[in-house]
Design a protein around this ligand. Sequence first.
Ligand SMILES: NC(=O)c1ccc[n+]([C@@H]2O[C@H](COP(=O)([O-])OP(=O)(O)OC[C@H]3O[C@@H](n4cnc5c(N)ncnc54)[C@H](O)[C@@H]3O)[C@@H](O)[C@H]2O)c1
Length: 402
Amino acid sequence: MVKISVRTPLVELDGDEMTRVIWQMIKEKLILPHLDVQLEYYDLGMANRDATDDFVTVQSAEAIKRHGVGVKCATITPNADRVVEYKLKKQWDSPNGTIRAMLDGTVFRKPIVVSVVPPMVRSWKKPITIARHAYGDIYKNSELAVPGPGRAEIVFTGADGAEQRKTIAEFTGAGVIQGVHNTDPSIRSFARACLAYAISEKTEIWFGAKDTISKTYHARFRDIFAEEAAARTEDLKRAGVSYFYSLIDDVVARVMRHEGGILWACMNYDGDVMSDMLASGFGSLGLMTSVLVSPDGKFEYEAAHGTVQRHYYKHLKGETTSTNSVASIFAWTGAIAKRGELDGTPDVVRFANMLEEATLECVEGGIMTGDIARIASIDVREPATTEGFIDAVATKLTAKLS
Ligand SMILES: NC(=O)c1ccc[n+]([C@@H]2O[C@H](COP(=O)([O-])OP(=O)(O)OC[C@H]3O[C@@H](n4cnc5c(N)ncnc54)[C@H](O)[C@@H]3O)[C@@H](O)[C@H]2O)c1
C-alpha cells in the first residue's frame, strides 16, 4: 500500500506508564503503516525529564512553536510519592503547565460522542466543549488565617506610590481572608482563543460569570469578552455562530437542558469543576480529548486523562489490561488532521477522518474496553483488551483504506 505523505514534521511528545504503552501500539499499528511522516520525537517520560533537568519539556514546547502542531502522550506530574518511586532529583513541574505557559495557550476539552455510550444527561446529543481560563483567581491566591478581632483591608500601591484601599471585613473573632487577581492581557488572550476556536469549529460560544455579585472582578471578564466578541462580529456571522453571555448559574442550568454543540468558556475555578462534571456526564475520561491552542495558532493535542497508573501496574505484572485508547487515538487524528489542514493536504485530513471512523465503528459494533463496556447501551459480553481493541481498529482501518 502506498503511504500518504505528510509535508511538515509532526512534533511527538512521549509520556508515561500505561499511556506510553498504548502510545507505542497506536504509532506502530495505526499511524506508521499508512503515513509517511517525519515525527520530531521528544521523550517526556519521567526518567528522561529527570535526566535532562526537564529541559526536554522546554525543547518540545519550542518545537511546537516552530512546527505548529504537536501530539502529546499523558505524563506524570510528580508528587512526593513519585519522587521516591522514580528516584527523582526534585519534584519537577507539570509538563502541561510548562508547555501551556510557553505557548500562552488555552485548553479546550471535547468529549467524543459515541451512540452506544449515551451521555448521563438525556438532552446532550452533541459534544459540549469546555475551555478553562488557566490563569489566576484562586489558583494564584494569597491567604491568611485571621487569629482574632481586627480589620482586613485590600491595598493597591501603584508604581507612582499612589494607594487605593478598601475594607474587606471588620473581624470580631477568628476567620480567613483571601486575595485573588487576574490581568487584562490574560483575560483578553483567553477570550481571543475561545472566539478563534468557536469560529474555526463553527460552534456557539457561551460565557458565564457572577457579575451581579462581583461588579468589578467578574464584570471585567464580562466586559473584555464582550469587546473581543464585538471585534469579531463579522467572523462570527460568517461562521454562522454567536456569542452568548449570562450569569454562571443560568449558564449551568441551560447546559443541563441543551443538546450540546457549544463551546463553554469558563473562568478558572468554574472550568476546573465543570470539566470533570462534563467528562463523567459524557461517559468516561477515556472518551475526552484535549487541545491546547495558542493565540498565534499553534496546536497541541492530547487525551484529557492521565497515565492510567493502576492499569500500568497490572501490565507490569503481566496481567491482561483493558485500557481505553480512544482519546489517545483521537489525539493523533486531531493533530494529523490539523497538520493536513495547515499544509493544504486533504488526503492527510481524509486519513485522520478514516481512523476516527474506524475507531468509532469498532465501539459501535460492540468492541470496546471495560470502562465504557460497563456503561454502554448494548450488551458487551467480553470487554476488549488494550491490544485487542487497537488491533480491531487496525483491521478496520486497513479495510477502509484498501
Ligand atoms: N494530561 C496529562 O498528562 C495528565 C492528566 C491527568 C493526570 N496525569 C497524571 O497521570 C497520573 C495518574 O493520575 P490519575 O490516576 O489521577 O488520572 P487518570 O486519568 O490516569 O485516572 C483516573 C481514573 O480514570 C481511569 N481512567 C483514566 N483513563 C482511562 C482510560 N484511558 N481507560 C480506562 N480507564 C481510565 C483510571 O483507571 C482511574 O480510575 C498522575 O501521575 C498524574 O500526574 C496526567
